[in-house]
Design a protein around this ligand. Structure first.
Ligand code: NAD
Ligand code: ZN
Length: 256
């Protein structure tokens, strides 16, 4: 059930108390948490995704049939990610983990910003931009060695165009990430769902599995989502980079 509209300040205090009262809390993050770092999400009206339809460019069949075309989008995405810095929302989650109040972050993002903010237990549900792989022969190399002038990069073994080790639409979730994420969802008492529209499956199932196992679901998002008012207990509506640091402040006040 939704408690909206309630004042945001009241809900921030409620979230802090829920975190302190929970034996195990996890976070599920989506592209929205990195918007304040300058990386656009899929729903933004302008930017990268108005020029490259994700359904077209981020589908594995598009990569297989025309990898050079998909690399035009990947190059722009990589340029954005390489110049992005973690924002206060990433740092707030890292701080909660350090305080022993967050067991893991399951992220759908491939930008590595949680790790750069200091989070240790990060489950990358959709892979990562850090590696390049060859779909033909299995060769892997670190993406940091890639110069953006050399795109599309080619496999030194077989000459095929390399693919970032991220999960494209139509590809399976890496087995280990999936099993850890579901384990977290089944055993947590609280899940913070941050900056995700919760329409990309199976990631969107994580809060549903948590709820079914008795966990509270708290959303932080600029807008209501398909979870709001049904799966989530309440929504803190606004920018994650503003709301999460406030929650951490409230938590600290209560334990100091
Ligand atoms: P999405 O684009 O579908 O949804 C983003 C959500 O974030 C929206 O509900 C929006 O209202 C919300 N949002 C936007 N700005 C916000 C802010 N400042 N604070 C709080 N919420 C905010 O993203 P998704 O649900 O993650 O699904 C898209 C897929 O594309 C995922 O697999 C995602 O990983 C991938 N993707 C990743 C990146 C990245 O790595 N940074 C960027 C774009 C897309
Ligand atoms: Zn190869």
């Amino acid at each position: 059930m939704s408690t909206w509209p309630q004042q945001l300040g009241v809900l921030i205090k409620r979230a802090a108390e829920d975190i302190l009262g929970s034996q195990k809390t996890i976070a599920l993050t989506g592209a929205g948490i990195s918007v304040e770092s300058g990386i656009p999400d899929f729903r933004s009206a302008q930017g990268l995704w108005s020029r490259y339809d994700p359904e077209e460019y981020a589908h594995i069949s598009a990569f297989r049939s025309n990898p050079a075309k998909v690399w035009r989008m990947l190059k722009e995405m990589m340029e954005l990610v390489m110049s992005a810095e973690p924002n206060p929302a990433h740092f707030a989650l890292a701080e909660l983990e350090q305080m022993g109040l967050l067991s893991s972050v399951i992220t759908q993002n491939v930008d590595g910003l949680h790790q750069r903010a200091g989070s240790k237990e990060v489950i990358e549900f959709h892979g990562s931009n850090q590696w390049l792989i060859c779909l033909e022969c299995g060769y892997r190399q670190e993406a940091t060695s890639l110069s953006l002038e050399e795109v599309p990069p080619r496999c030194p073994n077989c000459g095929f165009i390399l693919k970032p080790d991220v999960v494209f639409f139509g590809e399976p979730i890496p087995w280990e990430a999936q099993s850890k994420a579901y384990e977290g969802a089944r055993t947590c008492k609280l899940v913070l769902v941050i900056g995700t529209s919760a329409v990309v499956y199976p990631a969107a199932e994580i809060p549903i599995v948590a709820k079914r196992n008795g966990a509270k679901v708290v959303e932080i998002n600029m807008e209501p989502t398909t979870l709001t008012g049904s799966v989530s207990d309440y929504l803190l509506q606004g920018a994650a980079g503003k709301i999460l640091p406030k929650i951490v402040e409230e938590v600290k006040e209560r334990i100091s």
